[in-house]
Every structure is written in C-alpha cells, then in structure tokens.
Ligand binder design. Structure first.
Ligand code: 5GP
Ligand code: MG
Length: 180
C-alpha cells in the first residue's frame, strides 16, 4: 500500500518500517550506552509517541522505567489558550534521570514547555528522545540528543502520528501529497 487516503488528504509512503526501526535501534543503543547505571525514567508523551516508545523500549538493554504523560491545552481561562499543562505524571521525579519520548519536534514549543514544567520537579537530568525533527521549523534552542530521523517541513502521518485522529495505526510513515 503505497498511498493512503485520510479524509480530504492523500498520503504517500515516505519512510518504511524497516528504515524506521533501524534508526530506532541506533537511538536505543546510544541511550543504553549513555545512561547505563542511571535507571532512567522514560516519559512517553501521548498520543503520538506510543509506537516509537514501544519499539524504543524493546531495544533498551539497561534497567529502566516508563510512564505515560500528555501535554494538554489548558482551558481554564480564555486568555491562556496557548499554554499547555502536563498531565498524568504521578511519579516523584526528583533526582531521577528523565528521558522524554516524543513523536516529533516541529517548532519545539511543546518540548520547551514540557522541559519548563519538568524542571520545577527537580529531576537530576532531562534528555530528549524524538522519533522525528523538522530542523527547518525549529524556533527555540533545544538540545535534542537523541533523534531517530530528520525530515523536511511536510506534514506526515503514520507510526503513531495522526491527521485529525486518524492514521496512527500505519507501520510506515506517510507524507502528504497534492496539498492545496
Ligand atoms: P511543536 O510544538 O514542536 O511545534 O509541535 C509538536 C507537535 O505538533 C507534535 O507533537 C505533533 O503532535 C504535531 N506535529 C508537528 N508536525 C507534525 C506532522 O508533520 N504530522 C503530525 N501528524 N503531527 C505533527
Ligand atoms: Mg507529540
């Protein structure tokens, strides 16, 4: 299946599962080497990172833990529409080695906000692992130590990433075509 249709958009296969997994394995090796002895706590950011998190963690060879969090738009008052809060973190992370597991860093604002919130909880260190980075869109200064792949500015779906809630189930990554 080389093209798929989701609602009004057509997507073409861009990165095959086999190529994704090769890069995920590389990242897992790097993390296992760098964080040995630190019992890292992986924080998988839902929903988009669920597939990456599963494949990554299967390849981590050191003692570790995983938990799942979400960045949700805070809807308390009308004026704070852009502010996101972290939900789902029940662990005490003070003194811990944290690895944020994300699907994609685009502008980087979501990641920046997540770092800001996590730092208030006094972890020993925070590392970033992301499946994808769009380097041309990055608008903030982030130290992304573990990135499986860099991609251009096009909109993608599959392998956990969605278009309007759909497409997360595909094992390959697809790129939008004929966008008008
Ligand atoms: P940022 O705050 O870095 O601009 O945005 C990150 C979030 O935007 C990601 O977690 C993801 O939900 C969404 N996003 C950015 N680019 C894409 C893309 O190409 N496809 C999909 N499905 N989501 C994207
Ligand atoms: Mg995400």
């Amino acid at each position: 299946m080389n093209t798929i249709q989701i609602k009004d958009k057509t997507f073409a296969v861009s990165i095959k599962e086999q190529d994704i997994l090769q890069e995920v394995s590389r990242v897992a090796q790097e993390i296992s080497r760098d964080l040995a002895g630190k019992n890292p706590l992986f924080l998988s950011v839902l929903n988009g990172s669920f597939m990456f998190a599963a494949d990554l963690l299967k390849r981590i060879t050191i003692p570790c833990e995983i938990s799942f969090v979400k960045m949700a738009s805070y809807s308390g008052t009308a004026s704070t529409g852009a502010v996101k809060e972290l939900i789902g973190l029940n662990e005490d992370i003070s003194g811990r080695t944290i690895v944020i597991v994300e699907d994609i860093v685009d502008t980087g604002f979501t990641m920046q906000r997540m770092l800001e919130v996590l730092r208030t909880k006094n972890p020993a260190e925070i590392h970033i692992a992301t499946l994808l980075v769009k380097p041309d869109k990055l608008a903030v200064d982030l130290d992304i130590e573990y990135a499986a792949m860099h991609i251009p500015n096009d909109f993608i779906v599959g392998y956990g990433l969605d278009y309007d809630g759909h497409g997360r189930n595909y094992k390959d990554i697809y790129i939008v075509v004929n966008e008008e």
